[in-house]
Structures are given as structure tokens and as C-alpha cells.
Ligand binder design. Structure first.
Ligand code: NAD
Length: 452
């Protein structure tokens, strides 16, 4: 239906389509969700999406905010705040991580859910996008308390989660053990075994071989393709990595297997409440570093010094004289303020984290013609393997690790090639090309279902 210009402008204002631009003019930084919406608006313009499609896809389809009363080991009850957001399920059941983090907000959860929708569509798996979390710091919770927190989260959501509805997975500061506690609670409520309810479970308890490696290895596969594209041999290339958890560790592992050398790693130090970078110019000793890392991905500063690492400020990882940067920690790490500090030698940035770069930093990086592997492509290995795990769990038949990682390589390489091809065809950035493919697929699915 056609409307006059004034109505359209009003609807756009109400739906917030121009709020991003207004914010930028006011010099206020974007929140994560505003950034995700602004990215979507830009692609909506490129795709010439109609107003209804834009207004629908720039918001989650449903979201839950709730409290979880938790009996602490001391006997006292503490109240925690939990979230689950389903952005879109036109292409299949929701899929997305659960984050335990003291700075978790509904805004971050909305952004991560939206990015997940695009990610699943981009790598062409039949899943939608969701995300969830709890505002908490697991560093300060005993294992029993964490177990009860996981069960409390599931109790609140059990009606709206499930293998055909919405399937959770690990994210920052959650792991296979958390997934197993959640599964156990869900199966208790439903009164039946349902291993496809959640992914990232321990191997042998419905988990998939290769799931632990998947997000980092997936990044490694796209990095291998990018190096090929730039005519660079991986042998002797160097990288600096922010984050030494699931994604960072496994990206490093594969990069080393390809012949590359990581010279600097940065991570959070819980005791000091700040981050540090650990540098060894000839290259880190991966296993040695792993042996002094806790299960949150925090490296022991004193031990690192005694292993010969220079202990530098947290920001130093970004300034290294290396070929490749891999941000694999949190959102908004490369910003207008520090993008200029990226060394002139850097040729590739592979985004292991979701949303690690602000829009301004993105513009600066693209002006310098650094080859960018955008987050929804680079870290899609996690959700691809989660999808494989769901398939295996639903069949109750489990594949060998080589089969899982081989299938992952095929999917990641195909997605990389299609993004690169479109970027060339339409003279788009790699990020725009990735979002273009993804948003077009989701918009089409909504239309095919006659929703829009
Ligand atoms: P993790 O909890 O396993 O590790 C996080 C790492 O980041 C730790 O080493 C931590 O010390 C470090 N870190 C935290 N804050 C930091 C800071 N301010 N400065 C430097 N380092 C900091 O988390 P993860 O699962 O590896 O996830 C990392 C990122 O990758 C997140 O953005 C997540 O959403 C994304 N991601 C994860 C998966 C997955 O399957 N786990 C998949 C796709 C994307």
C-alpha cells in the first residue's frame, strides 16, 4: 500500500530507523543493538526492502526478561536477571548462545540475537536467530551455584525452548557443563530425553566431536581462504589475538597448524579488574600458555612473565606489527579512538567476537583497505557445528570428528566464496556483502511464509 511521504517519515521515526543517524550526530556512541539496527538499515536500503519488512526485521519477534531467585551456598537467596530474545524464526527454530556476564543487558542480547539470524542465513543452515543470558559473574559463584542458576534459567523458559522452538548453546563464560545442567533440568520438566534441546554439550552426553573447536576453526578456514585471495602464504604470517577463550584458543590452534605464528594474546585479568596483553615476538608457545590459563580464558600474569612473556597493557594487542588481527573477546573493542593505532602492516582482520568493531572503526578499516572477514562469517563455525550437533542428537547417531570438521570446512569455505563473489560483483565491502546475502534470505523466507 502506498502512503504519502509524511506518513512514511513518521513511521520511520517511530520505528527508529533514523535514530542511529541522530545518535551519530549527537556524538553519542551506539549501543550494540543500535549498531545492529543501523547495519540492518543500511542493507535494507541496498536491498530496497519495503517498510513492513524493515520494521519487522529491525526488532526481535519476541523477548523474555525475568528474575531467577537463587539459593546461595551461604543459605541466603540472591536474585539474578535473565534474558532470552528470539529475533527471527522464519528459516527455522531459534538458535543462539547463553552468556553469563556482569555487564549483560537486554540491548546486547537483542544485538546478538539479530546477528545470529543473519549468521544462520548467511551460512545457509535452517535455523533462526536468538540469544540469551544472565547478569552474573561466574568467577564469584561456586559450581553448585552456577548449576542452580542454569536450572533456574531453564525453569523460566522451558515452555518456549526446545528442539523445534529455540535451541540454546554456550557463549561467553558458559561451557559444556552449563549446557548439561540445562539439559538435565529441561528433560526433568518434560519427562523425556531431549538431547536436541541444547548444543555444546559434553561429548558422550549428546555433544558433538569438533564443537569445542568449531568457532575458532571456522575462523581459521576463512582466514586460510582470505590469505589465498591476497596471494599470501600462511607460512610465517603473524597474528595478534584479543581473547584466549573458546574462540581465541581454537583460532590460534588452527592458525598454528596452517603454519602461522601468533605473537601476542590479550585477555581479562579478574584479580586486577583489567586486561593485559602477553607478547612473545618469536611466537607464543600455545600449550605452555594454555597450561597457565584458567577455564574462563584468563592467563596467570606472574607465570606468563616467568615463561618469558612481556606483560603489556590490554590495548597493546591491537597495535602489534603483525599481518592479522583477531578480535575474539567482546563487542565494541575496535573503536574510533583506537582504530588509528592499528599497525600499517596489518592486512587482515578476522572478527572472532560478535560486533567487535564500531561503525566508525569499520569505516576507518575499510578506508585503509584492510581485508575484513566480518563476524557473521568469521565466527559462524560455532553455530554450524551446533546445527550438526542438533542433527546428531535428534538422530541419536554421532559422527567422527574428521567428518564434523570436514563438513564445517565445506560450509565455511562455501560461505566465504559466496560473500567474496558478491562483494566483487556489486563492489560491496565484505561486511555489506555478507549482510546482503543474509538479510535477503531472511526477508524472502518471511515473504514466502506470507508474513509480510
Ligand atoms: P570465552 O568466555 O570462552 O572467552 C572470552 C575471552 O575474552 C577470555 O579469554 C577473556 O579473558 C577475554 N576477555 C574478556 N573481556 C576482555 C577484555 N575486555 N579485553 C581482553 N580480553 C577479554 O568466550 P568465547 O566463547 O570465546 O566468545 C568470545 C566471543 O566470540 C564473543 O563475542 C562470543 O559471542 C563470540 N562467539 C562465541 C562462539 C562460541 O561458540 N563460543 C561462537 C561464535 C561467536
Amino acid at each position: 500500500m502506498k502512503t504519502d511521504g509524511r506518513q512514511t517519515r513518521f513511521r520511520r521515526w517511530v520505528s527508529g530507523r533514523h535514530r542511529g543517524k541522530q545518535r551519530a550526530m549527537n556524538n553519542k556512541p551506539f549501543s550494540s543493538f543500535e549498531m545492529a539496527q543501523t547495519q540492518f538499515d543500511h542493507i535494507g536500503d541496498l536491498l530496497k526492502l519495503d517498510d513492513a519488512t524493515r520494521d519487522f526485521l529491525r526488532w526481535p519477534m519476541r523477548e523474555y526478561q525475568f528474575t531467577i531467585p537463587l539459593r546461595m551456598d551461604s543459605g541466603q537467596v540472591a536474585i539474578f536477571h535473565g534474558f532470552r530474545v528470539l529475533h527471527n524464526d522464519a528459516r527455522g527454530p531459534g538458535k543462539g548462545g547463553i552468556r553469563f556476564h556482569p555487564q549483560e543487558t537486554i540491548d546486547i542480547v537483542r544485538a546478538l540475537a539479530m546477528w545470529m539470524t543473519w549468521k544462520c542465513a548467511l551460512v545457509d543452515i535452517p535455523l533462526g536467530g536468538s540469544h540469551g543470558g544472565v547478569v552474573c559473574d561466574p568467577h564469584n559463584l561456586s559450581l553448585r551455584e552456577q548449576g542452580r542458576l542454569c536450572r533456574g534459567w531453564v525453569k523460566q523458559l522451558s515452555r518456549d525452548l526446545g528442539t523445534h522452538i529455540d535451541v540454546p548453546a554456550p557463549d561467553v563464560m558458559t561451557n559444556a557443563q552449563h549446557m548439561l545442567w540445562m539439559l538435565d533440568e529441561y528433560e526433568g520438566i518434560k519427562g523425556e530425553k531431549s538431547p536436541g534441546f541444547i548444543t555444546g554439550k559434553p561429548v558422550g552426553m549428546g555433544g558433538s566431536l569438533g564443537r569445542w573447536e568449531a568457532a575458532g576453526f571456522g575462523l581459521g578456514f576463512t582466514l586460510r581462504e582470505a590469505l589465498k585471495e591476497l596471494g599470501m602464504s600462511p607460512l610465517g604470517t603473524t597474528a595478534s589475538v584479543q581473547g584466549f577463550g573458546n574462540v581465541g584458543q581454537n583460532a590460534i590452534r588452527l592458525f598454528h597448524m596452517l603454519g602461522g605464528r601468533v605473537t601476542c594474546v590479550s585477555c581479562w585479568d579478574q584479580k586486577d579488574g583489567t586486561s593485559y596483553s602477553f607478547r612473545k615476538k618469536p611466537g607464543i608457545d600455545f600449550e605452555g600458555l594454555l597450561s597457565i590459563t584458567d577455564h574462563f580464558g584468563g592467563i596467570d600474569k606472574k607465570e606468563a612473565s616467568s615463561q618469558g612473556y612481556e606483560v603489556l597493557p590490554g590495548s597493546a594487542w591491537l597495535e602489534q606489527d603483525v599481518d592479522i588481527l583477531i578480535p575474539a573477546a567482546l563487542e565494541n573493542q575496535i573503536t574510533q579512538d583506537n582504530a588509528a593505532k592499528i599497525h600499517r602492516r596489518v592486512k587482515i582482520i578476522a572478527e572472532g567476537a560478535n560486533g567487535p568493531m564500531t561503525a566508525e572503526a569499520d569505516a576507518a578499516v575499510s578506508a585503509r583497505e584492510i581485508f575484513l572477514i566480518p563476524d557473521i562469517l568469521a565466527n559462524a563455525g560455532g553455530v554450524i557445528c551446533s546445527y550438526f550437533e542438533q542433527v546428531q542428537s535428534n538422530m541419536n547417531y554421532y559422527w567422527e570428528k574428521d567428518e564434523v570438521l570436514g563438513k564445517l570446512d565445506v560450509k565455511m569455505t562455501a560461505a566465504f566464496r559466496s560473500v567474496l563473489e558478491l562483494a566483487r560483483q556489486k563492489s560491496l565491502s565484505m561486511r555489506d556483502a555478507a549482510f546482503f546475502i543474509a538479510v535477503a534470505r531472511v526477508a524472502q523466507a518471511c515473504k514466502d511464509r506470507d508474513w509480510l
